[in-house]
Design a protein around this ligand. Structure first.
Ligand SMILES: C[S@@+](CC[C@H](N)C(=O)[O-])C[C@H]1O[C@@H](n2cnc3c(N)ncnc32)[C@H](O)[C@@H]1O
Length: 419
């Protein structure tokens, strides 16, 4: 293509993207679409972000890539430092208020020049707003970082920087040492290498720091578009089994959330499934995680059975109606997943169902799935395509009955039964 054709091609792409963005703006204005709240908003925002990125991709030349990296890495770093130093909390949040850089620096105990230079990174990225030449104010985007209490947006910013960045920047050295092989083990991962503890698993490393573990758990509570709780899958069929007995004549467990963390999924499922008694649901995780859940005395988990366990070892709850495993398998390579799944297959009754919630990647994948796959690669895990899931479930003695895919997103629930 000569230069004229290249330019015409770019102009055509821009026209098409402008039409798509105009249509979205019209729907938002008419109120038929919300980009800020409601269950569909994450998906809709994702579509606009994709279209807006399309504009950038249409015009970008190879050297512009570097500028884009800087616009991501710089703000990410300044944001993390400002969170750590509680800078956002010290900028007033009321409408039309602002603070001088000097006063802000005094409040957080920092050198004013340092605070200005980092603030400029965030001002230039549109996260903060400068007022005049020496004052700064929040924007609607930065207010979420201004709360003293933890929240999912702050937690995501922290884990992206604290957990993923060191792993990514360790990769060149890591692969020089390991060779250009797909990492599949739980030990000697790029993540552990980046943290200077190659012999430890990601959970051992994170478990050493309560704040980091807390951020991780909180960040994981979000992102339901990519990892739904049930999504479009209807679990109401399970309610007709309330009279089922277990093999000892006791009440059969109806739902076991394996690796369920703080119980956010089990709570959402109980709420979404009228008639499913909390007392017949089991939350399983590592003993230390379950102890923390017990200590938190969450009233919504009052009747849920809490069981400390290891999903690499024998499943303690046998013959449950439904085993639910969300966002755990992508932490592991194929062989480790088959081992975890086999433990579940061994515990399942012929009518038990296993529900796996993960991203089911398209080929080639979306930018989000490819990005999370790189995070998983750093810990020896992977995001999977449906063919990958067919392979690991088949090797564990399971068959896939249905895939409930979240419309327009990679998140899906895969229903399996024993062969
Ligand atoms: C990525 S989190 C997913 C949590 C939750 N299922 C969700 O969807 O948000 C993985 C969970 O697996 C738990 N886990 C890790 N290793 C485990 C093991 N060997 N046995 C049981 N749970 C484990 C972690 O403590 C963590 O809660």
């Amino acid at each position: 293509m000569d230069n004229k054709d290249l330019n015409t091609n770019i102009a055509n792409q821009l026209d098409a993207l402008a039409v798509s963005l105009n249509n979205t703006a019209k729907s938002v204005r008419e109120g038929s679409l919300s980009l800020t709240s409601g269950p569909e908003s994450q998906l809709e925002r994702g579509k606009v972000i994709k279209a807006a990125r399309g504009v950038i991709d249409a015009i970008k030349q190879p050297a512009d890539e570097f500028i884009e990296w800087l616009t991501v890495l710089g703000p990410m770093t300044a944001l993390r430092l400002f969170l750590k130093w509680k800078v956002f909390e010290n900028i007033p949040t009321a409408d039309n208020t602002n603070i001088s850089y000097q006063e802000l620096a005094d409040k957080v105990g920092g050198d004013v020049q340092l605070i200005i230079r980092l603030a400029w990174v965030l001002v230039s990225a549109g996260l903060l707003k400068q007022v005049g030449t020496d004052r700064v104010a929040h924007t609607p985007k930065s207010v979420a970082y201004a709360t003293a209490a933890p929240n999912p947006v702050k937690a995501l910013a922290c884990i992206t920087y604290d957990e993923f960045m060191p792993a990514f920047s360790a990769m060149p050295k890591f692969f020089t040492e390991t060779g250009l092989k797909e990492p599949t083990g739980r030990l000697n991962t790029a993540y552990a290498y980046g943290q200077g503890q190659p012999g430890a698993t990601v959970w051992e490393i994170m478990g050493q720091d309560k704040e980091r573990m807390g951020n991780f758990m909180m960040a994981m509570g979000d992102l339901t578009q990519n990892w739904p709780f049930l999504g479009t899958y209807d679990l109401s069929w399970a309610v007709s089994h309330v009279d089922d007995k277990d093999e000892d004549g006791g009440q059969r467990a109806l739902l076991v959330d394996v690796g369920g963390s703080r119980g956010h999924a089990i709570k959402a499922i109980i709420e979404a499934t009228p008639g499913l008694p909390a007392s017949r649901c089991v939350l399983e995780d590592l003993p230390e995680v379950v102890d923390a859940v017990k200590k938190s005395a969450d009233p919504d988990l009052g009747e849920v059975r809490l069981v400390g366990m290891d999903f690499h070892a024998e499943q303690p709850v046998k013959g449950a109606l439904v085993y639910f495993v969300r966002r755990c398998l992508h932490d592991y390579g194929d062989d480790a997943c088959v081992e975890i799944l086999k433990r579940l297959t061994d515990a399942m009754a012929p009518d038990s169902r296993l529900l796996i919630v993960e991203q089911v990647m398209s080929n080639p994948p979306s930018v989000f799935a490819a990005g999370t796959d790189l995070v998983m690669l750093s810990i020896g895990g992977k995001e999977r395509t449906l063919d990958n899931f067919r392979d690991i479930t088949g090797r564990a003695g399971l068959q896939i009955l249905q895939v409930a895919q979240n419309p327009g997103a990679d998140g899906a629930l895969i229903e399996c039964a024993k062969n």
